[in-house]
Write a protein that binds this ligand. Structure first.
Ligand code: BGC
Length: 275
């Protein structure tokens, strides 16, 4: 970490119990996951990928403009007394610190400079912004606890309002893949098979899994992955719909649920990942 956490934040390290007395510099980071309905943040033990204390969720301000969301992030860090570096997920492309798409968030995010924006609201600390699915993927590969996630080509997909994607080869992330925006049969994938589309049409899992299979088959043809990992809220029902999929590539459910984005964001800023 580049910035030391404040005394107040360090005080919270005692949550770790015995461990923290053995390790004079416990690695605590902070991640914030910006979603369409909630902005969620927590301190993260970077060695285990678990939260240190509770997670705080605040409603996403409406309209969810960059300034309004950044101010909500400030409220979250203040709540924890955290003044150190912060990783923040964005539901869009983040390249060279600039947000470059805004499909499922206020259009004014397109072009936002993460460091300028959050520098204004969070002070001069180190802030890293990255795509939400990339963050979830980073956390899953590191802390998902399953063998094979860091071998060959692995595609993690999050099914929610849109379809997020994270592409890994031998555990290395290729950021900003946006597979949810690939065209499959004349429509973008997320307009065919996101969890929102299932809900909007009140489709059964069987019907929806047919749409997901079509999308995955397309990804299969292009990328020949070794494994798909599916996440997002709908992965709670993965035991119902994964067996209905008709693709050749193995598909497993992500094991980290609503912690993944926060943990991945904290990892990204801690490791100085360049997006
Ligand atoms: C966005 C992606 C995002 C995904 C999940 C898509 O519409 O383009 O950047 O990862 O939704 O939030």
């Amino acid at each position: 970490m580049t910035d030391a956490p404040s005394g107040a934040a360090l005080g919270r390290v005692t949550y770790l119990g015995a461990d923290s007395t053995h390790d004079p510099s416990p690695q605590i980071g902070f991640g914030i996951d910006v979603g369409g309905s909630g902005v969620k943040g927590a301190m993260v033990d970077l060695r285990t990928g678990s939260f240190v204390g509770d997670r705080l969720r605040l409603d996403t301000p409406q309209p969810a403009t960059p300034d309004a969301v950044a101010q909500t992030c400030r409220e979250i860090t203040d709540h924890f007394g955290w003044t150190g570096p912060v990783g923040i997920t964005v539901p869009g492309v983040v390249r060279d610190g600039i947000v470059r798409s805004a499909a499922n968030i206020d259009a004014s995010w397109d072009g936002a400079d993460i460091q300028d924006l959050f520098g204004k609201h969070l002070g001069g600390r180190t802030v890293a912004g990255l795509n939400d699915a990339d963050a979830a993927g980073l956390a899953e590969v590191r802390f998902g606890g399953r063998p094979g996630l860091d071998e060959g080509t692995v595609i993690l997909l999050t099914f929610g309002t849109g379809i997020g994607s994270a592409l890994f080869h031998d555990g290395v992330l290729v950021p900003n893949t946006e597979f949810g925006h690939l065209e499959v049969g004349g429509r973008i994938a997320e307009a065919r098979a996101s969890a929102k589309v299932r809900k909007d049409h009140d489709w059964s899992y069987r019907k929806w899994s047919g749409k997901v299979s079509r999308v995955l088959a397309h990804y299969e043809r292009i990328f020949s992955p070794n494994l798909f990992v599916v996440g997002g809220g709908i992965s709670r029902k993965a035991d119902v719909w994964i067996p209905m999929l008709t693709v050749d590539t193995p598909v497993i459910a992500a094991s980290l649920r609503n912690t993944a984005g926060i943990v991945g964001a904290a990892m990204a800023v801690d490791e100085g990942l360049r997006m």
